[in-house]
Structure formats: structure tokens, C-alpha cells
Design a protein around this ligand. Structure first.
Ligand SMILES: CC/C=C\C/C=C\CCC/C=C/CC(=O)SCCNC(=O)CCNC(=O)[C@H](O)C(C)(C)COP(=O)(O)OP(=O)(O)OC[C@H]1O[C@@H](n2cnc3c(N)ncnc32)[C@H](O)[C@@H]1OP(=O)(O)O
Length: 292
């Protein structure tokens, strides 16, 4: 009887313990109500948000994904319980993001292009202006707009053996000035000119050499390494961090803010040129045929 009582007490204690553990665990990871194309989890212990881009097949940035990312970062900015964020992709080992959705730039009306570019501007202004530490865990290829998005973060950890770059010229289009400035800020004018003029796509190791990314690690270390550096960054006194980040980035953002309509008109005029449309169409076809 005594033995039975002891084991019953043990069972009760174990049950109480596991309930407490469960409560603690569910309190420590909070899943933000989010669209399923941008999954967000917040660790309430550290205040770190992990934003995972999850739009199959390659996180190409169409109107839906641009809007979802922008809304997410605006919410994280305003949420005082969030201390910093990690940006990553669900398609790890494959693609971080394939950049802007090319279909949105091919044979579309001026209105469609204008609306699309307005969303691109808002996405850039929101992530580039995100006031808290932001680390990109680049767990796959990051061409063009995917590279630009990673450049908007404050630190980049990349998986080995993938590619990254602002390679727009290879498609017959040109990176906008605010993408170019991101590259200049990261690697300096000389490398940026070479990279953009030639549409050069860097391997992870080459990107590390010129400072386009800050660390290259194997796949299972990408997110843990990003978390480690985020922990360090969030220890900097945050009012100072925010003020510093803002004044270093403000000039280019203000140039865009001061003439968003002009920038849209410039984009629409450029993309609607017959030779640019021809290049985009040819590129889209080549992308589709690559698999055959
Ligand atoms: C003076 C100038 C002034 C102003 C500037 C004006 C205008 C220009 C501004 C333009 C700025 C552009 C920035 C951009 O971001 S352009 C985007 C270009 N993106 C790319 O070139 C990337 C293309 N994709 C790839 O290289 C590969 O897909 C990738 C390496 C990412 C992944 O390869 P994987 O083998 O894993 O997948 P795929 O089989 O290639 O792709 C799967 C399907 O997804 C489609 N796809 C891929 N990328 C895109 C994309 N960016 N947009 C739309 N669709 C895309 C691909 O075709 C496949 O489709 P299906 O065949 O399955 O239907």
C-alpha cells in the first residue's frame, strides 16, 4: 500500500511538472496571427521574432507577399515586446527569395505596374526603416530582390554553396537606385559597380570575401548563428541603436519618400519599353524551360 501511495504521488508530481512545463513552453513561443505566407513566432523570453517567408515555390515577391511582409514588419515595429527579428525562408537549403515576381512586370497595364511598384517602395521603406536589430538567415539562393531584402537587414548569415547578388542587368532590367545604395553601403562603390553593371551573382564564399554577407555556415547553423548575433545586437542600448541606424539610412530613404510618384513613373516608363518587355518575356521563358 505504501509503495502504491509513493508511486501515485510520483505520478501526480510528474503530471503537475509536465503541466507547468507545458505552460512555460506555450508562454515562451507566441505565434502571431499571420497569413500563412509569412509565418511569425515570437519568443516571449527574449522578445525575438522569427519571420519565415513561406510562399511556394520560391518566395517570389508578388503583391500578396510584399504586402504580407510589409504588414508584418510594421506590426513588429509597433510591438514593444519585440526586441529584434530574424528573417528567413521556409524553403531552407533551396531558396531564400527569388526576388520580385517577374510575372508582375510582364505585359501588364500601367496601373498594375504602378500599384506593384508602390508596394515595392513600401516594402523597402518598412524593412530598411525597421528600428530594431534585424538579422537575415539566408538559407538558400537570394538573387535580385532577394539579395536586396537581405541587404536591408543589419547582419547577414548565409548558408554555404548558394548564390546571392543584384543580377538585374542579366535580365535586361536595372536595379532601382535604392537597391544600388544598399549594395554600396555593404560592399563599397568599387565592388557595387562591378556587381551591378555585370549582374554578377556571387557564391556564398565570394559574397563573404567582399562583405556582401557577414558569415557563411552550413545549413543547420544558419538560424542558430543568426540568433547568437541577434542576442549580441540587442544588448546594445536600443535608443542609441535606433537613432544610429536611422541616421545612417535616412538619406536614401528620404530621397525615395520625397518623390515616390516620380519613382513610380520612372519604373513604369522603363518597364513598358518594348525592348525591356522583350527581355523580361525571354527571361521568363528561359526560366520555365530550364527544367525541361
Ligand atoms: C534606370 C532604371 C530605373 C529604374 C528601374 C526600373 C525597373 C527595373 C526594376 C526591376 C527590379 C527588379 C528586381 C528583381 O527582383 S527582378 C526578379 C528577378 N529574379 C530572378 O532573376 C530569379 C529567378 N529565379 C531563379 O533564378 C530560380 O528560380 C531560383 C534560383 C531562385 C530557384 O531555382 P529552383 O530551381 O529552385 O526553382 P525554379 O524551378 O527556377 O522556379 C520555380 C518556379 O518559380 C518560378 N519563378 C522563379 N523565380 C521567379 C520570379 N522571380 N518571379 C516569378 N516566377 C519565378 C519559375 O519560373 C518556376 O515556375 P514554374 O516553371 O514551376 O511554373
Amino acid at each position: 500500500i505504501q509503495a502504491l501511495q509513493i508511486s501515485e504521488n510520483k505520478i501526480i508530481k510528474t503530471k503537475m511538472l509536465s503541466r507547468a512545463c507545458f505552460r512555460q513552453f506555450s508562454a515562451s513561443i507566441r505565434r502571431m496571427s499571420s497569413t500563412n505566407i509569412v509565418e511569425t513566432n515570437i519568443d516571449s523570453g527574449t522578445g525575438f521574432a522569427t519571420v519565415t517567408l513561406s510562399q511556394p515555390p520560391v518566395n517570389s515577391l508578388d503583391k500578396n507577399l510584399l504586402t504580407a511582409i510589409t504588414d508584418r514588419f510594421k506590426k513588429l515595429s509597433d510591438d514593444s515586446s519585440v526586441t529584434g527579428a530574424i528573417l528567413t525562408s521556409k524553403f531552407d537549403g533551396k531558396v531564400f527569395s527569388a526576388g520580385l515576381n517577374i510575372v508582375d512586370m510582364f505585359q501588364k497595364s500601367d496601373d498594375h505596374l504602378g500599384e506593384f511598384w508602390g508596394m515595392v517602395q513600401e516594402w523597402y521603406l518598412t524593412i530598411q526603416g525597421f528600428p530594431k536589430p534585424l538579422v537575415s538567415a539566408i538559407n538558400g539562393h537570394a538573387p535580385t530582390g532577394g539579395c536586396a531584402m537581405a541587404l536591408m537587414s543589419d547582419y547577414r548569415v548565409m548558408v554555404e554553396g548558394k548564390t546571392i547578388g543584384l543580377n538585374e542587368t542579366l535580365l535586361g532590367i536595372v536595379a532601382p537606385f535604392f537597391f544600388a545604395d544598399l549594395m554600396i553601403a555593404a560592399v563599397g562603390r568599387r565592388h557595387a559597380e562591378f556587381a551591378l553593371n555585370n549582374g554578377y551573382l556571387y557564391t556564398s564564399d565570394e559574397a563573404l570575401k567582399i562583405g556582401l554577407v557577414d558569415e557563411v555556415v552550413n545549413l543547420d547553423q544558419v538560424v542558430p548563428t543568426a540568433l547568437k548575433i541577434l542576442t549580441k545586437m540587442t544588448k546594445t542600448p536600443q535608443p542609441a541603436y535606433q537613432v544610429c541606424k536611422n541616421f545612417l539610412r535616412k538619406e536614401t530613404m528620404d530621397t525615395l519618400r520625397n518623390d515616390r510618384a516620380g519613382d513610380i513613373a520612372h519604373f513604369v516608363g522603363f518597364v513598358q519599353q518594348p525592348n525591356v518587355q522583350k527581355a523580361i518575356g525571354g527571361y521568363l521563358q528561359a526560366l520555365k524551360q530550364r527544367k525541361k
